[in-house]
Design a protein around this ligand. Structure first.
Ligand code: UDP
Ligand code: MG
Length: 207
């Protein structure tokens, strides 16, 4: 299998059909074999019903369900354990990240030899308030300093691509999803890069 897309989600029932249709369109247009693993992190809305409906219609859709809300890190960790693709993509469920980025992320791992490529939400500054952009800048400056990974602007972007070996060799728990490039580097994966990605406002629900 070429690609596993892992989508951690908490109360995202409205976004899921559109997100899946978009991913499927991109994969089919490039001829990729793939799976989408939706990790339902204790949603209290109809998200799980929607995932079941999608999985009945398509064998590419898989679901993991948590009994309660554990957080994004445990959701990613369980998705990583289940992933079968050569390249593993993580993506938020809220349609803020674009599935159109997947083919180039895949190419960077397979052809350019990256272990991990992190999305960089360059256009974010335009819409977001200073109360969000200033803490983000401070966070990233500190993360660069502590991790020694100086070429990343945006550690916390939900859209990332990994060589399969990377996700099988890191343990993401607590709030560690914000520092995954650091975990990868510590596990011996040193070719870590970045790709500027499009980023949109949330279409449904709240952050
Ligand atoms: N999410 C999750 N568990 C949580 C909180 C969030 O799985 O406890 C998911 C959420 O549904 C989304 C992604 O993690 O797919 C990012 O969350 P959000 O959009 O709220 O974060 P932001 O984009 O504001 O950083
Ligand atoms: Mg979001």
């Amino acid at each position: 299998m070429n690609i596993s897309v892992i989508v951690p989600l908490y109360n995202e029932e409205e976004s899921l059909p559109e997100l899946y249709a978009w991913i499927d369109r991109v994969m089919k247009s490039k001829g990729f074999s793939y799976e989408v693993i939706f990790v339902n992190d204790g949603s209290t809305d109809r998200s799980w019903d929607v995932i079941r409906e999608l999985s009945e219609k398509s064998e590419n859709v898989k679901g993991i369900k948590f009994r309660r809300n554990y957080g994004k890190s445990p959701a990613l960790y369980c998705g990583f354990a289940a992933a079968q693709g050569d390249v593993v993509i993580t993506m938020d469920a809220d349609l803020q990240d674009s599935p159109d980025e997947i083919p180039e992320l895949y190419r960077m791992i397979m052809e350019d030899g990256y272990d991990l490529v992190s999305g960089y939400k360059q256009n974010r500054k335009k819409g977001d308030p200073l109360s969000k952009t200033i803490p983000t800048k401070l966070f990233n400056a500190t993360a660069r300093q502590v991790s020694g990974i100086h070429n990343l602007h945006d550690f916390n972007c939900g859209l990332k691509a990994y060589r399969k070996e990377v996700v099988k060799n890191i343990e993401v728990y607590g709030e560690m999803h914000r520092y995954i490039p650091y975990l990868a580097k510590n596990a011996g994966f040193s070719k870590i890069g970045e790709k500027p990605v499009h980023h949109q406002a949330r279409k449904f629900g709240t952050s």
